[in-house]
Design a protein around this ligand. Sequence first.
Ligand code: PGA
Length: 250
Amino acid sequence: MPRKKIAAGNWKMNLSPNEGVKLTMNLIQGNRDPKTHVILAVPATHLSQIQDKLKYVSKIEVAAQNCHQKESGAFTGEISAPMLNSMGVKYVLVGHSERREYFGESNALLKEKIDIALKNKLKVIFCCGESLDIRKKKAHVKHVQKQLKESLLHLTAAQMKDVVIAYEPIWAIGTGETASPQQAQEMHLAIRKSLKKKYKSTADNVSILYGGSVKPANAKELFAMPDIDGGLVGGASLDAKGFGEIINSF
Ligand code: PGA
């Protein structure tokens, strides 16, 4: 089975629900490569409205941007995996660098979130990536391998089938600076090798996305690399025309 080609948009904390619906409708009505799987990671407040618009649309799915590591309890302001599942949400982002940086999410905590998400039938988009400092020290591959080892590699091969990995170098997120296709491919191959060691042929079916200033102008050359199976797109996913071009860049 060939790996899924995925264009995932991460709206972060942007757009009103109405603006989100408008953007979604534009994407639905636009010309889309039917081979590309589109995932929209939208704010929790928008999930049900956007889901509703996508009810009869194939290959566009909704993701939550986060979930709590416990299934229920006294955690004011948080959202649980069972809640997302009961709404019909299919995916959840885990470990975005903004969650790691601003909300202190550690590899150990992310491991708990991954387990609770999978237990509740949510597919996980696991984000990893290094800071500029780490890259300058040439420790980037080791850093990402550690993130994988401490959060993800305890899963069984059957569980890995419900995981997508997004490599997002922090220095490229929202900065306009993109990793070169070669830099990204180097890391994606290293990630695939780490997966292969444990999961053998299952590793060939895991989609690995690149994230960090993906835009219409650079998506084609990134997605052409053998181990890059798509993108996790922040800023450029807020514009239907531009994101549409990214969707059609495979
Ligand atoms: P960006 O964000 O495309 O705006 O760099 C990517 C991300 O944070 O997922």
